[in-house]
Design a protein around this ligand. Structure first.
Ligand SMILES: Cc1cc2nc3c(=O)[nH]c(=O)nc-3n(C[C@H](O)[C@H](O)[C@H](O)COP(=O)(O)O)c2cc1C
Length: 181
């Protein structure tokens, strides 16, 4: 198995798109996009994500000892590209956010967020598993989430909603007359 094959096959497992954010010693916001956010334990309430050992944001999060996991919404692909690319400095230019009670950036327009204190870090291969103890959390909107699959972004579509739309006839809107269903 070569790394290309590993990436290609693992890309078939869809992930959420989450911005993990914190503030540096300078008080400025820092953050990066991860597809590895997951819940870990209910009692005590723990969540986690995996970060490449070379990640600059990882160092800032460990320095601060806290982070916020922001679940990006289906209409935030541009924001995700901004937070996942280039050098960390400037990533937050033009990005609206407000501080959580623990001081972590909560991004405007997200689906939900989970605010954490770093509980533990575990080195695994070329990544570090960062485990966070949940301090605060909230659902911000009923927007659908941004997803990542086979190397591209996509929006979530509930099959129940599709069924409902077809029953109500809303799926007819915009369809060309005479076009096949
Ligand atoms: C959809 C998506 C998921 C990602 N998931 C992760 C991840 O789980 N862990 C990670 O270390 N990097 C992940 N990345 C890459 C980081 O966002 C990217 O390398 C970022 O530039 C790291 O920032 P930093 O060097 O400032 O820490 C992902 C990128 C995208 C677009």
């Amino acid at each position: 198995m070569n790394p290309r094959e590993f990436r290609d096959v693992l890309g078939n497992f869809p992930t959420s798109v989450v911005a993990v954010t914190t503030t540096g010693a300078d008080g400025l916001p820092h953050g990066m996009v991860v597809g590895t956010f997951t819940s870990v334990s209910l009692d005590p309430p723990l969540v986690s994500f995996l970060a490449d050992r070379s990640s600059a944001t990882l160092r800032t999060i460990l320095g601060a000892g806290r982070f916020c996991a922001n679940a990006l919404a289906g209409n935030q692909e541009r924001l995700s590209r901004k937070l996942a690319s280039g050098p960390g400095r400037g990533r937050f230019e033009g990005v609206a956010w407000s501080p959580s009670s623990n001081g972590n950036p909560v991004l405007d327009g997200v689906v939900a967020w989970v605010d954490c204190a770093v509980e533990r870090e575990v080195g695994i291969g070329d990544h570090l598993l960062v485990v966070g103890r949940v301090r605060d959390l909230r659902v911000e909107s009923m927007k659908t989430p941004l997803l990542f699959f086979r190397g591209g972004y996509g929006d979530y579509l509930s099959s129940a909603a599709v069924l409902l739309d077809s029953l109500v006839g809303w799926d007819e809107i915009g369809r060309q007359p005479g076009a096949h269903p």
